[in-house]
Design a protein around this ligand. Structure first.
Ligand code: ADP
Length: 409
């Protein structure tokens, strides 16, 4: 089955065409046919990147003012661009949509019908910056491929297994009942990819295996996984909670907001922007939200860049340690993924050094050599295995789409 995976953001459309089936899933024989992204939609210089498998990458920049034009272009690139990979849109068997928020309604992926589309729309309140664009992507694709099945794969669904003691905030309970205020968690598809790979690498079954999954990219989250289920995660009602991120603060004393608003004469919109856009690595360092640039500045002796890195590392290690304790039994593996987790041996080493109390021992050479590849980076003696695992959220979305279409989900 050829599944088109679509991820529509506020100004981007990312896509991947994946050939997969129940049998291919079983044999890990899924295959990417082409992938790409259209970014800066809404401008006269939108960026188009298209990677047909085994052929040269295409890059282009042109005016693309809306998502409809972008999604149409995706289909055109696949069918009759410079390197077409299928002969007509009819060859696309199903479409898998990344949907940010499924609220408490969705604890797994589903085929989208009118009622599901309405439920996704009802979750706009919970994810006003993401769900409208995800939904728009579905509506455009549905118009283009009306006869094909479309599946919704939610970022939050995996975390619906988190028990109340970990998903409730200690605020008046009526707020949970009235407004759904609770921990939802995000990056669910990325943490699920981690589980899939670690189970394969360790040769262990889902039941009885415990993992701490660390997604360290522009956004960052840690997830505690027992028997294949999420039992806690660091992102909360929104993606702002938890780890230090590129531009987000992560955890802080909530009373700080009122203090800062008073001292700096800020309104709610401004404090929201401050915490989401001007905090984290950029806020602390004053240099960049990009860990590579932070590391360059550290090499130049920039003290604030050092502080930014150290707060980032400390917070990540603190979460991993607390999740190892909450899992409450042997943790078989810690996995690092996303831009920083996959590519920064230095950050992985610093985090793991703080976890030596758990008997974690990195293989310095394996860690240093492992950049952007999948590898075990701990020694044979390490009580918990540590892995770097390049993530593929698209593969998880394509596989879920197949399972939905085949009726096995
Ligand atoms: P997103 O997809 O959420 O935008 P990514 O997963 O691409 O984010 O992660 C972006 C982060 O990864 C940035 O902080 C970037 O600096 C970091 N990163 C990428 N490559 C490296 C590297 N070689 N060393 C350190 N950090 C890196």
């Amino acid at each position: 089955m050829k599944v088109l995976v679509l991820n529509c953001g506020s100004s981007s459309v990312k896509f991947e065409l994946i050939e997969t089936s129940l049998q291919a899933i079983e044999q890990t024989a899924d295959r990417t046919i082409a992938r790409g992204a259209i970014e800066k939609i809404g401008t006269n210089s939108a960026l188009i990147n298209y990677y047909p498998a085994g052929a040269e990458r295409h890059r282009d920049a042109r005016e693309i003012l809306d998502h409809e034009t972008a999604v149409n272009l995706v289909v055109k690139l696949l069918t009759d661009g410079e390197t077409p990979v299928i002969s007509s849109p009819e060859e696309i068997d199903a479409v898998g949509h990344r949907i940010t928020h499924g609220g408490e309604r969705f604890d797994h992926s589903v085929l989208i019908d009118e009622e599901v589309a309405r439920a996704i729309s009802d979750c706009i309140d919970l994810a006003p910056l993401h769900n409208p664009h995800n939904l728009k992507g579905y509506q455009i694709a549905k118009k283009l491929l009306p006869e094909k099945p479309h599946a919704a794969v939610f970022d939050t669904a995996f975390h619906q297994s988190i028990p109340p003691e970990a998903h409730l905030y200690a605020i008046p309970y009526v707020l949970y009942k009235r407004h759904g205020i609770r921990r939802y968690g995000f990056h669910g598809t990325s943490h699920r990819y981690m589980i899939f790979r670690i189970h394969k690498l360790l040769g262990l079954p889902r039941n009885g295996t415990s993992i701490v999954s660390c997604h360290l990219g522009s956004g960052c989250s840690v997830c505690a996984i027992r028997d294949g289920l999420s039992i806690d995660t660091s992102m909360g009602f929104t993606p702002l909670e938890g780890l230090v991120m590129g531009t987000r603060s992560g955890d802080l004393d909530p009373a700080l907001l009122f203090h800062i608003m008073a001292k700096e004469d800020l309104g709610t919109h401004e404090i929201n922007t401050m915490l989401n856009k001007h905090s984290g690595l950029i806020g602390l360092s004053g240099v960049s939200n990009d860990m590579r640039e932070i590391q360059e500045e550290i090499d130049n002796g920039n003290q604030r860049a050092i502080i930014a890195r150290d707060v980032f590392v400390y917070r990540a290690a603190k979460y991993i340690a607390s999740y190892m304790a909450m899992i409450g039994k042997q943790v078989h593996a810690i996995g690092f993924t996303a831009g920083i987790g996959e590519n920064s041996p230095d950050i992985r080493r610093r985090i793991c050094e703080r976890l030596s109390i758990f008997g974690i021992e990195l293989d310095e050479k394996a860690n240093a050599e492992c950049i952007g590849t999948e590898r075990r980076i701990s020694t044979e003696n390490s009580r918990t295995a540590v892995y770097a695992i390049p993530t593929s959220e698209e593969l998880v979305i394509a596989r879920d789409t197949v399972r939905c279409v085949e009726g096995v989900l």
